[in-house]
Design a protein around this ligand. Structure first.
Ligand SMILES: *[C@@H]1O[C@H](CO)[C@@H](O)[C@H](O)[C@H]1NC(C)=O
Length: 664
């Protein structure tokens, strides 16, 4: 311990958000100065406020800030930091950066660059594991990347197969092909994402295991040749290959399987040592060995990550450890604080990731201000890992995670109860979140029973998304409300200049209204005209009648960022929708950008004839691909954006030749 305090007095955290705050908390506890770096977009963020020193390193895009190695290195020198903690993502598994740290005599809190290289290149890591006797899944990891060769191997392995970026991680560049028919499409999509994310489009093919569980083991190594495991986490419940709820230990896993998992993981960690002998190559940091597990609890090595994982807190909760403290001690040359036999599993922990996203819209990520934020009160069994506060903004430039809610209790059932109780206490206003979805998920009987697998969300889709579809009449009521409120908004803007007409629909308060006034609106539903009789209730709601059905409606228009939304309540059922998209249905003359992003690929040009649903473009927004499809059949008049261009939300991407002009 003396050695440690002698060496480390200041560390630089090359990250942002919750993980930067998490690392700083431990640094403060240990009396180590925290140095933050930040982009211009993060100037007022929580991790900057929390740090002892903070340095701006560039504009919002990560390439110019959080990935700018030289700038970060310069800050390390200026601030006299002896070590750099990379967190997860960004530079955490970047060989070049680890190498740069070594050259500059700064401790990289992570493994040596050679270990990152071997573990980061998945095809190599499988070969190493196979040789070390760790079970692996059948696949093709060859050099020949031709379509024919890859297709042939996919056929040999047997569909369904998984296509994965060789340098991939976090679900990037990963696609499933269920049959030979869709293989080439999925291959091209995987390559495109791989090229974009890793600048390398090499892929590998693997057998896709049905109903698999994602079980990962936390390991830890030091420079003295010690390696221990801290039991497994189950991270099976995922959407788009990204984790939502993690837990430790894995439900239903018996102590014998647990021991075999742990031992296989340590074997995997030690296997790294056999490569490039000579240097201190043991995993001298936190590592995670990921396994795929079938229903009979057979497990196979998938990959190993040499960084602190997002979900590390559940392991800390069941082992009573502080893994960041371990990392700092081990980086300074100390031994792992506990021997294997001293690491005891206690109780059960869950982590739920709270995202700014819309689960009902295919988990479309969101961004915007946190107008109001209340969380469950943190205590020693409830942790709120976050990098944002009330009033902060969830930025379009980075991951839309708002917080991780981590709970612990003496057993799984009690921990699950606590998770749900705490989720109910979370209250976020200003943007859509997945909190309601997390409640449906954690309350699902199959989740309660511990029957988790990576296909959980698609399999239980209907129960998890119970939002009953609005009936056609309810949709008409929402449309009528949208029109009335929009009209009211415009009228209010001119109230001062104009003579107020005697219309309750033009009044923002309704204070002058005490007679019953009914207005008839005629709306178009497809081919049919629907009459809606609207009357205004004194307390600000509306009564709407369509044929013999009556509805009680209330709502408002609000701005979120640069968009206008309609919040409506139809007989108590509340929904939110983009007013722009909503009111433009039918008047749309082309395709619009669903959110701000970059045009990745353009499939059409002026003069092309398209059918409804044909792909027009691929956009990348919030690190995800969105295919823009033709909203109607027609002829393309103009493509407004070229590949590589940035398009703002709701920007018209493609214009259609209008039908009259066409028929002339
Ligand atoms: C909506 O609520 C009103 C008032 O409670 C009720 O009279 C009406 O029948 C409800 N409409 C429908 C379609 O359920």
């Amino acid at each position: 311990a003396l050695y440690f305090y002698h060496v480390l007095t200041a560390i630089l955290i090359a990250n942002r958000g919750e993980i930067a705050c998490r690392v700083m908390r431990t640094a403060k506890k240990m009396g180590v100065k925290s140095v933050a770096v930040y982009s211009e977009a993060d100037r007022n963020s929580m991790h900057v406020a929390m740090a002892d020193e903070a340095y701006c390193i560039g504009p919002a895009p990560s390439q110019q800030s959080y990935l700018a190695m030289e700038k970060i290195m310069q800050v390390a020198k200026v601030s006299a930091a002896q070590a750099i903690h990379p967190g997860y993502g960004f530079l955490s598994e970047n060989t070049e950066f680890a190498e740069l740290c070594k050259q500059e005599g700064i401790i990289f809190i992570g493994p040596p660059s050679s270990a990152i290289r071997d573990m980061g290149i998945k095809s190599t890591s499988k070969a190493i594991m196979s040789a070390a006797g760790v079970p692996v899944v059948e696949g093709y990891h060859g050099e020949d990347q031709s379509d024919e060769c890859l297709k042939e191997h996919a056929k040999r392995i047997g569909y369904p197969v998984m296509i994965k970026a060789v340098r991939g991680g976090g679900g990037k560049g990963m696609r499933i092909a269920h049959s030979e028919k869709e293989f080439l499409d999925q291959l091209e999509s995987a390559r495109r994402e791989a090229k974009k994310s890793f600048n390398d489009d090499a892929v590998l093919i693997e057998k896709f295991v049905d109903n698999p569980r994602h079980v990962e083991v936390q390991v830890f190594g030091d420079q003295h040749g010690n390696a221990v495991y801290l039991f497994e986490r189950d991270c099976s419940v995922q959407r788009r290959h990204q984790k939502i709820i993690e837990e430790a230990p894995g439900p239903g896993i018996n102590p014998e399987v647990r021991r075999r998992l742990g031992e296989a993981a340590v074997k995997a960690a030690k296997a790294v040592n056999y490569v490039g002998a000579g240097n201190a190559l043991l995993l001298n940091t936190s590592g995670t060995v990921e396994f795929i597990m079938d229903s009979k609890h057979n497990f196979y090595f998938m990959e190993m990550n040499t960084r602190l994982q997002v979900e590390h807190p559940v392991t800390e909760m069941i082992t009573g450890t502080d893994l960041v403290e371990w990392q700092l001690r081990v980086a300074a040359g100390e031994k792992i604080p506990l021997m294997q036999e001293d690491i005891v599993l206690q109780g059960h922990a869950f982590e739920a990731r709270i995202y700014a996203e819309d689960p009902n819209n295919n988990f479309m990520p969101g961004a915007g201000p946190l107008l109001h934020l209340t969380t469950p009160p943190p205590d020693s069994f409830t942790r709120i890992e976050t990098g944002v506060r009330q009033g902060d903004e969830v930025s379009v430039h980075y991951d839309p995670m708002i917080a991780k809610l981590v709970v612990w209790a003496e057993d799984r059932q009690a921990a699950l109860r606590k998770l749900r109780y705490s989720l109910h206490q979370y209250n976020i206003v200003g943007l859509s979140t997945n909190i309601d979805f997390l409640l449906s998920l954690s309350g699902h009987p199959q989740f309660e029973a511990g029957n988790v697998h990576t296909n959980f969300i698609p399999q239980h889709h209907d129960e998890l998304f119970p939002t009953k579809k609005a009936t056609p009449h309810e949709v008409m009521c929402q449309a009528a409300l949208g029109l009335i409120l929009k009209e009211k908004m415009l009228t209010d803007a001119f109230r001062d200049q104009s003579d107020d007409k005697f219309s309750p629909f033009a009044s923002s308060t309704g204070r002058r209204i005490n007679i019953c006034y009914t207005r008839k609106l005629s709306l178009l539903d497809g081919e049919n005209i629907v009459d809606v009789a609207v009357s205004y209730n004194q307390e600000g709601s509306y009564k709407m009648q369509i044929q013999d059905e009556t509805f009680l409606i209330s709502g408002e228009i609000f701005n979120e960022g640069d968009s206008v939304y309609l919040r409506s309540s139809v007989n108590g059922t509340v929904s939110h929708m983009s007013l722009f998209l909503f009111l433009s249905v039918g008047m749309q003359s082309g395709a619009v950008a669903p959110m701000t992003g970059t045009v990745e690929k353009v499939f059409v040009k002026a003069g092309d004839k398209v059918k409804i649903g044909d792909p027009l473009m691929v956009m990348i927004a919030m690190k995800m691909e969105h295919t823009i499809r033709a909203p109607k059949a027609g002829v393309i008049k103009k493509v407004n954006f070229q590949e590589g261009a940035q398009a703002n939300r709701h920007a018209p991407l493609v214009e259609f030749v209008d039908e009259e002009a066409e028929s002339k």
